[in-house]
Design a binder for this molecule. Structure first.
Ligand SMILES: Nc1ncnc2c1ncn2[C@@H]1O[C@H](COP(=O)(O)OP(=O)(O)OP(=O)(O)O)[C@@H](O)[C@H]1O
Ligand SMILES: [K+]
Ligand SMILES: [Mg+2]
Length: 684
């Protein structure tokens, strides 16, 4: 099973000359101990370096002889390079984000806004002067001055500055596509926009802060791991310190420099040096998928997801549910149901409604020109699942979901035709959505709304199952349609005829069972559920409320991208785990490489342990320390790219990683140190 992980990745230059040069400069700036202490393991190395530096200048105070000044200087230099390598890893990871932030900042320039005053007149003001609640006019060619909701009109908007997608999107007042983002451009028509945020809190501001890492805080997982690394470091400091009196007791002289070299080899410098780079790079990978994550914690939570909530229409299916046929029931004629289906949809602006009008007109059905005069519009809501018109002559026309229409007919005291069930079932078994058409209290027939499952969904759900993630489809559609689509797409569970609040209940139920839940959504009524979910991915096309509640926003508005986000989160957790395993295994191996070499001169009995046969004790220490330093840059590509990822269960992954990174970590130092020793001994 292959992963589709990087398929859609936008090709952004990841490692430009500027980024590398900037990272080199920043790795020196990060040497400042006031910054360095935030990375405790590397801070210990830096302190060690200062001590060996002093031992180079005043050797006798530190148990060295004047003969060893060169050795002390060399150790100091290697330690310096070790710290620098670690800083470079972090700076490189940060650099990519900074480059992206710079591009975004260019988008965020001061523009002039057409503020509509309370008397209706227009005043030109600077965009930075706008406040929440202000109403502005945006016409073709204007840059939208602030985030807001369209309160009047419809326009084509170029959002490429933010999404990178050049095709314009249509935004209009009312519904789930009414939010606009500051910095985007109106291409045609004009809209009135109510500003929804104050200066400095806009979506663009949040994006810039996020990619710059200004908001980057250590995630709980990172903090926990740092605590483990610090504990290990403290243990090794104690071990190395007790080594001194022990050596003295058996008349082995060990200088402070050698002890520090030994300490640095033993403490987890590899993972200590790469830890923050792994986290930053993980977030960066999400960003390059055009998903903005509000925190590293959110990305990691995605890696731990147990349950994923998806809606049917638009996520699993294409979502452009189009009318395909009109089917009469109860002895009515096809013309009749087609006509009233058309009438019921004349003012229905949903894609479903518009497709009904299109199909009926294509079939040649016409309505009187004055039919809408004095008619009352009943708009579709997810709550009522019906829409229609109350005509001036008293005729009531409705269309809606099977269950709601049945309720409605019962209330009106009407009859349900016997053949309705059969027709509804037929459509549902095809995975279509049946809409029942009603005139007054009579059922006329059914509209067949056709929808298609996106290609490759089955594969994707299979991958999710392989990762141990349960998928639940939550849909407003009827149980039979839901069942058909659920089976065809291969989701694990489905909930049909659900109201918006059902989503939040499902999330709460799963969380109460101790599971971490992800969901995608775009509507204002999704906002509470997006906030409740551990990972909430909002669509950029959706409402501001949804975007604010979620902890991630997909700029491409592709609901299935949650699958990639989960994969990236898992990859981030795995990379951190793998490199931690490698680092610690490495340190254990180094212990067996160096200690026999140091001791075997004076303690011949230790010789049996000296399997590496290094050229001299001094060379053993130098080789180990050099290996310890260069393993950091060698692993930078893995830290940045993430370890190879294949969907499989957590246990299988753990076993695989222990094998590769644990065993690899044990063997690598023996090979590496031996090689370096061969080189050193041939030089000196
Ligand atoms: N324009 C409309 N007029 C009347 N009824 C509609 C209209 N659109 C949809 N319906 C009915 O309402 C139901 C619920 O619609 P809603 O959009 O809330 O959910 P859905 O799109 O079916 O499911 P999902 O939650 O997967 O998107 C639909 O299954 C359909 O029966
Ligand atoms: K180490
Ligand atoms: Mg829907």
């Amino acid at each position: 099973m292959e992963v589709t992980l990087y398929e859609k990745k936008k090709e952004i230059k990841t490692m430009s000359r500027e980024i590398v040069l900037g990272a080199i400069k920043n790795s020196f700036l990060k040497l400042n101990p006031l910054k360095m202490y935030k990375n405790p393991v590397m801070f210990v190395v830096e302190v060690g370096m200062f001590i060996t530096l002093l031992a180079t200048i005043f050797p006798t105070y530190f148990g060295s002889t004047y003969d060893e000044v060169g050795y002390n200087a060399l150790i100091t230099f290697i330690l310096f390079v070790t710290v620098l390598f670690a800083n470079f890893a972090e700076a490189l990871a940060e650099g990519r984000g900074k480059a992206q932030a710079d591009t975004l900042k260019k988008t965020k320039k001061e523009t002039m806004a057409k503020l509509i005053k309370s008397d209706g007149s227009i005043k030109m003001v600077k965009s930075s002067e706008l406040k929440k609640g202000d109403i502005v006019l945006c016409e073709a060619g204007d840059i939208i001055p602030a985030d807001g909701e369209i309160i009047e009109g419809l326009a084509a908007i170029d959002e490429s500055a933010i999404t990178g997608e050049s095709a314009p999107v249509i935004k209009e007042a009312g519904g789930d596509f009414s939010s606009v983002t500051g910095g985007t451009k109106v291409i045609s028509d004009s809209i009135k926009v109510q500003v929804t945020v104050d200066e400095g809190e806009s979506f663009l501001d949040r994006m810039i802060k996020m990619v710059e890492g200004a908001k980057r805080q250590k995630s709980p997982n990172e903090i926990a791991l740092t605590t483990v690394l610090v504990s290990l470091t403290i243990i090794f400091i104690i071990v190395v310190m007790t080594l001194y009196p022990m050596a003295k007791f058996v008349h082995v002289r060990i200088s402070a420099t050698t002890l520090i070299a030994l300490l640095v080899c033993l403490i987890p410098t590899t993972i200590g040096g790469l830890l923050s780079a792994i986290g930053i790079a993980g977030m960066d990978r999400v960003t390059r998928f055009n998903v903005i994550a509000m925190s590293g914690k959110a990305v990691e939570a995605a890696g731990d997801i147990d349950t994923m909530l998806l809606d049917k229409t638009g996520t699993i299916t294409f979502g452009n549910r189009l009318a395909a046929d009109f089917i009469p029931v109860g002895g009515h004629k096809k013309e009749e149901v087609t006509y009233y289906a058309l009438v019921s949809s004349l003012k229905d602006l949903t894609p479903e409604g518009r497709s009904i009008v299109d199909l009926a007109k294509k079939m040649g059905v016409k309505v009187p020109e004055d039919i809408l005069d004095g008619a009352e519009v009943i708009e579709f809501t997810a709550e009522t699942r019906m829409s229609g018109l109350n005509l001036k002559d008293g005729t009531i026309v409705r269309k809606g979901s099977y269950d709601k229409v049945k309720e409605y007919i019962k209330e009106q005291g009407g009859e349900i035709p016997e053949d309705l069930d059969k027709e509804v079932e037929k459509i549902s078994l095809l995975g279509g959505t049946p809409l029942v058409v009603v005139k007054d209290k009579e059922v006329l027939g059914v509209i067949y709304l056709k929808d298609t499952i996106k290609p490759g969904m089955k594969e994707r759900f299979k991958q999710l199952r392989a990762m141990g993630i349960k998928t639940i489809m939550v849909t407003g559609d009827n149980p039979l349609t839901a069942k058909t689509i659920a089976e065809e797409a291969g989701v694990d569970e489905f909930i049909a005829e659900s109201k918006p609040e059902d989503k939040i209940n499902v999330i709460k139920r799963e969380q109460a069972a101790g599971r971490l839940v992800a969901m995608t959504g775009d509507g204002t009524n999704d906002a509470p559920a997006l906030a409740q979910a551990d990972v909430g991915l909002a669509m950029n096309s959706g409402t501001m409320a949804a975007k604010e509640a979620a902890n991630m926003v997909d700029l491409d508005s592709d609901p299935t991208k949650i699958i990639e986000v989960v994969a990236i989160g898992k990859q981030l957790l795995m990379t951190r785990g793998a490199l931690t395993t490698f680092s610690i295994a490495n340190d254990v191996a180094k212990y067996f490489a160096i200690l026999p070499a140091i001791m075997s001169d004076t303690l011949p009995s230790i010789k049996v342990l000296d399997i590496m046969k290094l050229s001299s004790p001094t060379n053993a220490i130098l080789s180990a320390l050099i290996f310890n330093a260069i393993i950091i840059p060698i692993l930078i590509p893995i830290a940045m790219r993430g370890v190879k990822y294949r969907p499989m269960s957590a246990n299988a992954l753990l076993a695989r990683n222990l094998l590769i990174y644990g065993l690899g970590g044990l063997i690598a130092p023996f090979v590496g140190i031996k090689l370096i020793d061969l080189i050193i001994s041939s030089i000196f």
